[in-house]
Ligand binder design. Structure first.
Ligand code: PLP
Length: 346
């Protein structure tokens, strides 16, 4: 593909944001200590502790699959199971990595409404069987914002964590799009995590404007025991760690993380507003983060592809998914909406 026009297939089609890029550049002077023993890594961890208003343990991994898998592995034994939504990235898009890195902990899927788990769906799966022949439920993982572009409210999170407490389950959050959730709700990161009972958060950097990298935050510090060894064994300990941590300093030091999330959300709202009145086009889910899911006639989807637009139809639950990112141009959103309109009304 030589055409560099902005596309809406995924928020990871975007490049590196200026803040992350500038921090990488600044980190690229002279020599520094390796394996996370450097100033940048220390600063990034400190920024996270300030942002989350708590003394959490902070680790860095190259991508979300590794972050999720290793975090989940640290929350259970191999004979335990992990409850997730049937649409969860860990279930549908990580090639069995959570099971692999946990040496066999089984994912148990629960039905979800608009991509969200509920206390009831968790309870049903957790209590379905309690005999020795069934993998014992030990963890719940939820995705914030969800794979279908919806957002858990603090009350929903608190209700889920109360259920987890009652049933003896640890709570993990896949925050590949955590910034979009914060931006939508106007809540502090603390309110959406440890104050709502989340034990561990995987905070996505890639989809927020970094080249690579996710942070893993343990609010329950006991669960972080030996996590550094787990990362190393899994090939996730960067020797030149400063280039994984410096971009976080760039994103966190002046609030770029939230600006980018807001901008992407705003573009998704714009797209939804421009096409949702069209006959035959349905919004499949409430637009709360940076994704818009449209149910459209198959012929319209093909016509849109023929015009050169790239988008996924297999993520979430069918339909066409359009993701906006930190650098999405409003003009490009309007072009996409105009093409959808002309195809539908042709
Ligand atoms: C993108 C994404 C991830 C991370 O995926 P990687 O490709 O492994 O970085 C994790 N969870 C969700 C919900 C995602 O959308």
């Amino acid at each position: 593909m030589t055409d560099k026009s902005q596309q809406f297939a995924s928020d990871n089609y975007s490049g590196i944001c200026p803040e992350a890029w500038a921090a990488m550049e600044k980190a690229n002077h002279g020599h520094d200590r390796a394996y996370g023993d450097d100033q940048w890594t220390e600063r990034a961890a400190e920024y996270f502790r300030n942002l989350f208003e708590t003394d959490c343990e902070v680790f860095f991994a190259f991508n979300g699959t590794a972050a999720n898998s290793l975090a989940l592995a640290s929350l259970c034994q191999s004979y335990h199971s992990v409850i997730c939504s049937e649409t969860a990235h860990v279930e549908t898009d990580e090639c069995g990595a959570p099971e692999f890195f946990s040496n066999g902990s089984k994912l148990l899927t629960a039905p979800s409404v608009n991509g969200k788990l509920t206390p009831q769906s968790i309870r049903e799966v957790a209590l379905k069987r309690q005999d020795i022949h069934y993998p014992k439920p030990r963890v719940v993982t939820l995705t914030q914002a969800t794979e279908v572009g919806t957002v858990y409210r603090p009350d929903e999170l608190k209700a889920i964590s109360a259920t987890c407490k009652e049933l003896g389950l640890n709570l993990h959050m896949d925050g590949a799009r955590f910034t979009n959730a914060c931006a939508f709700l106007g809540c502090s990161p603390a309110e959406l995590t440890w104050k709502a009972g989340v034990d561990v958060l995987c905070f996505g950097g890639t989809k927020n404007g970094m080249a690579v990298g996710e942070a893993i935050l343990f609010f329950n510090r006991q669960l972080a025991e030996d996590f550094d060894y787990r990362c190393k064994q899994a090939g996730q300990l960067a020797s030149k760690m400063r280039f994984l941590s410096a971009p976080w300093v760039g994103l966190l030091e002046d609030g770029a993380w939230l600006r980018h999330g807001r901008h992407a959300n705003h573009c998704a709202q714009l797209l939804a507003a421009l096409v949702s009145d069209l006959p035959g086009v349905e919004l499949m889910f409430p637009v709360e983060a940076n994704g818009v899911f449209l149910q459209m006639p198959e012929a319209a989807i093909e016509a849109l592809r023929a015009k050169g637009w790239r988008f996924y139809t297999f993520i979430g639950s069918g339909g066409a998914r359009f993701m906006c990112s930190w650098d999405t141009e409003e003009e490009r959103v309007r072009e996409l909406a105009a093409d959808i309109r002309s195809i539908i009304t042709a």
